[in-house]
Design a protein around this ligand. Structure first.
Ligand SMILES: N[C@@H](CCC(=O)N[C@@H](CS)C(=O)NCC(=O)O)C(=O)O
Length: 211
């Protein structure tokens, strides 16, 4: 919606204390939900496709084959996000080492997809223009960046096309402005509450915060 210049209001939900009104409009009790008039839409992809169909400019590629390929890679996002988060949600160093293996396994798939399909210098998934598939990956690159600022793993350096893609997304105000101002503290608080192995790298003062 930011990429399309849609005006909207955001209400943040404390997912550890979900309000009743939210549980009534979100069938699985999950964010995001998009309220459009009297209707409540849920599931990120369904919401993104709805905005794509109803608001210009189009963010999906015009070519049907490319669009199908983009949607296929958007379907990979849950696997991708759990691969990356395994590095920072790990509770022990052994679990974290396995997490990095899991992350490498998803990153190599994306690196190969970009190398084989894109045919230009990027930096985004399809080229110089931000598209819907970029929007689906951006939040997870953003969260990994918040963790890797502390972990200093340099993991993405082994995947140069993915790294350039992530760097471009994180240099875009459309992406960086998409989280609450308190995001760094909320992220740190989450690391502490989950008892992650990297929690000590984040200030303990963040512990009481909500996410
Ligand atoms: N497939 C859903 C996943 C949404 C999802 O997992 N949301 C998480 C936050 S990122 C959530 O609301 N978790 C709260 C819970 O499961 O209780 C989508 O893409 O919208």
């Amino acid at each position: 919606m930011r990429a399309k210049g849609v005006e909207f209001d955001v209400t943040y939900i404390n997912l550890r204390e979900k309000p009743d009104w939210f549980l009534k409009i979100s069938p699985h009790g999950k964010v995001p939900v998009l309220k459009v008039g009297d209707v409540n839409l849920f599931e990120s992809n369904a919401i993104a496709e709805f905005v794509e169909e109803t608001v210009a400019p189009p963010l999906h590629p015009q070519d049907a084959v490319k669009r199908a390929q983009n949607r296929a890679w958007t379907d990979f996002v849950p696997t991708f996000s759990s691969g990356l988060s395994a590095t920072y949600y790990a509770k022990t160093t052994a679990e974290q080492a396995e997490g990095f293996d899991k992350a490498r396994a998803v990153l190599i798939k994306l690196e190969e997809a970009i190398a084989n399909q894109r045919g230009n210098d990027g930096p985004y998934f399809n080229g110089p223009k931000l598209s819907l598939v970029d929007a689906s990956y951006a939040p997870f690159f953003q969260r990994f960046a918040a963790a890797d600022e502390k972990m200093q793993s340099g993991l993405l350096n082994d995947f140069p096309l993915v790294k350039a893609w992530s760097d471009a997304l994180l240099a875009t105000e459309t992406v960086t402005g998409s989280v609450a101002e308190s995001f760094p503290q909320e992220f740190a608080g989450n690391m502490h509450r989950r008892g992650t192995v990297i929690a000590p790298l984040f200030e303990a003062a963040a512990q009481g915060n909500r996410i």
